[in-house]
Design a protein around this ligand. Structure first.
Ligand SMILES: [Zn+2]
Length: 326
């Protein structure tokens, strides 16, 4: 099994402890100020009234900033996952910190226990944060990659065989590709409708660069990958062979184990509907495992990158979102 980081301690320059968090974000104002700096550095933002970039200043006691010239207000939370949420921004930041700092996943129960929010609120926060972590446009660049499918969900029924489930099984097929090689090692994992040749080849063509070496097991759906322009090498799992020299799928197997033990231990059961967002969460951390605790910064950055690009206007006439507030 591939362990994400064998060292017990994180190198100093990659460390960001809960004490660091408390120092950087002692209160909700610090979080609002931080978010503002991420989205409108120096308070400079487009003012829809002046129709130019203007400096904005904080309105005391409110999470908004006003144009220095015309006093038109903008909110750094507009268009982000925090908009319309009545949960304190500091709690959001803390939830992101927890999710970024864990190896194996974090349960909504834990943040409920630690902070006193309701379970529903905690669960919704994690769901929203997870929704930012997908890497749908990721192209794998390793010269060699491992590809494998795995199955998630309900336990095997009595008499059901190990291995690939039958067609009517309630298990969900998931396909993963991981890069090999120093400095790479990123994973891409997606929920798949099935494990047919068409599906698996489609995912390969979409994610793996031509001419790459592709390691798979001997499952028939991988047949013909060489005809697609890959150097296909396979290991005969059905004959009980798991490693032959560099021919193995141990890296992607390690990732599956990490996700499965996390989902079992932390999330208990995950509905099919949400499985992709959990895969995204695990992949996001896995792909940044050399970043130590600084993954938190990457999550914060995602919040801003994925914020809707619309004027961050605060308009009292604006209809209240129909989504349930936290
Ligand atoms: Zn203005």
């Amino acid at each position: 099994m591939v362990i994400m980081n064998r060292r017990q301690t994180i190198p100093k320059h990659l460390r960001y402890t809960i004490m660091d968090f408390d120092r950087q974000f002692p209160d909700v104002d610090a979080c609002i100020e931080h978010l503002k700096e991420q989205r409108f550095p120096g308070g400079i933002a487009y003012c829809a009234k002046c129709r130019v970039e203007q400096k904005h200043h904080r309105i005391k006691g409110r999470p908004v900033y006003a144009c220095d010239v015309c006093l038109n207000q903008i909110s750094p939370m507009a268009g982000t996952i925090f908009e319309h949420s009545s949960t304190s921004l500091r709690l959001w930041y803390y939830a992101m910190y927890l999710m970024a700092s864990t190896r194996c996943g974090i349960s909504a129960k834990q943040i409920q226990r630690e902070t006193g929010v309701t379970y529903k609120t905690a669960w919704r926060m994690f769901k929203q944060i997870r929704s930012l972590l997908s890497e749908t446009d990721m192209q794998l660049e390793g010269e060699a990659v491992e590809m494998d499918e795995s199955y998630f969900g309900a336990k095997r029924k009595r008499g059901e065989k190990r291995g690939r489930p039958s067609k009517d099984s309630s298990k969900q097929c998931v396909v993963g590709v991981v890069e090999r090689g120093v400095g790479k090692g990123r994973v891409f994992a997606t929920v798949a409708t099935d494990a047919t040749k068409a599906t698996l080849h489609g995912i390969a063509k979409e994610r793996i660069l031509p001419d790459s070496v592709v390691f798979t097991d001997d499952y028939a759906s991988y047949n013909g990958l060489d005809a697609e322009g890959y150097q296909h090498r396979r290991i005969n799992h059905s004959a009980g062979v798991y490693v032959m020299g560099d021919c193995h799928t141990q890296t992607i197997d390690g990732f599956w184990m990490l996700v499965k033990s996390g989902l079992r231990g932390v999330y208990h059961n995950v509905g099919k509907h949400y499985l992709q967002t959990y895969l995204d969460e695990y992949s996001f951390r896995y792909n940044r495992r050399d970043r130590g605790n600084l993954i938190f910064n990457d999550v914060l950055q995602r919040v801003c990158e994925r914020a809707e690009l619309r004027p961050a206007l605060v308009n009292p006439e604006m209809p209240v979102s129909q989504e349930a507030a936290f």
